[in-house]
Design a protein around this ligand. Structure first.
Ligand SMILES: [Ca+2]
Ligand SMILES: [Ca+2]
Ligand SMILES: [Ca+2]
Length: 147
């Protein structure tokens, strides 16, 4: 798998809210396919990414600080632990999500601005959209999951 695709998959796993499993998402396309046409448009992808940004950006200044990410990740770990009953696994899964998120910090100042975040998910979408038609299909997501 190309590194950019791996990052994109890690990002996508941030979005599969119920289990974090891409497998589940490619089956039901998760919550991103809001119009239910069986594929994810960039607008749907973007809506979902921006919702996540907003959820992490608790002070609403359009910058994600390490502290905000830390607070978010701890809350998600607690959430997932309650659901899965496995604190280690929850912590591991969140670590991957946080690592993927932090890759968006392209200027390395330890903060993720909205611009950095947007550039990151635009690249992720492009990497996943194998045939370049502007939509992510279940097949493309499945292909990205294959090692
Ligand atoms: Ca759709
Ligand atoms: Ca903030
Ligand atoms: Ca930055």
């Amino acid at each position: 798998m190309k590194p950019i695709v791996r990052i994109a998959v890690a990002l996508l796993s941030c979005l599969a809210i119920s289990t974090g499993a891409l497998a589940q998402m490619s089956g039901g396309m998760g919550r991103m396919d809001t119009d239910g046409d069986g594929k994810i448009s960039f607008a749907e992808f973007e809506t979902s990414r921006l919702a996540q940004f907003k959820a992490i950006d608790t002070d609403g200044d359009s910058v994600l600080t390490a502290q905000e990410i830390d607070v978010w990740s701890k809350a998600r770990i607690a959430d997932m632990t309650a659901r899965m009953g496995d604190a280690d696994k929850a912590a591991q899964m969140m670590q991957r999500r946080v690592d993927a998120l932090k890759k968006a910090d392209t200027n390395g100042d330890g903060k993720i601005t909205l611009d950095e975040f947007k550039a990151d998910y635009a690249a992720a979408f492009k990497a996943l959209d194998a045939n370049g038609d502007g939509f992510l299909t279940a097949d493309e997501l499945k292909a990205a999951m294959r090692p």
